[in-house]
Design a binder for this molecule. Structure first.
Ligand SMILES: Nc1ncnc2c1ncn2[C@@H]1O[C@H](COP(=O)(O)OP(=O)(O)OP(=O)(O)O)[C@@H](O)[C@H]1O
Length: 227
């Protein structure tokens, strides 16, 4: 579904990622963990086709990955930084925009359910600037999860969420995975990785230092936190 082959990224003289290979199968959920600055977001931007790798290639279902390709845009959802929102549209209007753009069936019922799931029913008429940072993150997640997709890319989706919201997020992502969506996420939250990932990759200074099932790479009783 998603292939990164010999991918590396340098900014000027600084090599921040790879070269590395990553092959994410259809329906698989891969979690990237690692300290601040280890290259997780860079890898996700390359995987989303938002940036070109310095070397190597990224392919989605056999197509060269590019966020400008409409064949890819319709199948790949991204929740990343910076947050993508319109300052003059309300929460409900953001969801309506996504529903129209992606031809979501029964849009109003689905939007109402999304608002409820993400605890935004009472904030449906609010503008992004009127939301708390956690509510804004919930809106971005609600918008991404509302639409049909084959691949979901998430950069630290747990950020700014309280523990209960993080648990709901884990449940929503597990549902998505069970429905066959392929997932690649960067996270600092080991419990989220354990709850949803089939495979964990730990990055350190742009290099994969550990890889395997979460139970092996992230044992619950471990003292040290690779993230
Ligand atoms: N546009 C850029 N120009 C120069 N250096 C960059 C740029 N983007 C990222 N970097 C550098 O690349 C390295 C990897 O950054 P990246 O954001 O991928 O890390 P991360 O693992 O996502 O970190 P965090 O957990 O803090 O989000 C860092 O040293 C960062 O300073």
């Amino acid at each position: 579904m998603l292939i990164l082959a010999g991918v590396s990224r340098a900014y000027g003289e600084q090599q921040v990622l790879g070269p590395l290979d990553l092959d994410v199968s259809v329906g698989e959920c891969v979690a990237l963990l690692g300290r601040n600055g280890s290259g997780k977001s860079t890898l996700l931007r390359l995987a989303a086709g938002r940036e070109e790798p310095s070397t190597g290639r990224v392919a989605f279902d056999g197509l060269p990955m590019s966020e400008d390709d409409p064949r890819i845009r319709s199948r790949v959802a991204v929740v990343g930084d910076p947050p993508a929102c319109y300052p003059d549209l309300t929460v409900r209007q953001h969801l309506e925009l996504v529903a129209v753009g992606h031809r979501v069936p029964e849009p109003q019922a689905r939007i109402d359910l999304a608002l409820q799931t993400h605890r935004l029913t009472g904030r449906a008429a609010a503008l992004p600037a009127e939301l708390s940072s956690g509510q804004l993150q919930e809106m971005l997640l609600a918008a991404a999860l509302l639409r049909p997709m084959d691949l979901l890319l998430l950069d630290e989706p747990e950020q700014r969420l309280d523990p209960a919201a993080r648990e709901r997020l884990a449940a929503r992502l597990a549902e998505r995975r069970a429905a066959g969506t392929t997932l690649l996420l960067a996270t600092h939250h080991r419990a989220l990785a354990r709850a949803v990932a089939d495979r964990v990759l730990v990055l350190d200074r742009g290099v994969v230092t550990a890889e395997g099932p979460p139970g092996h790479v992230l044992p619950e009783e471990a003292d040290g936190d690779p993230a």
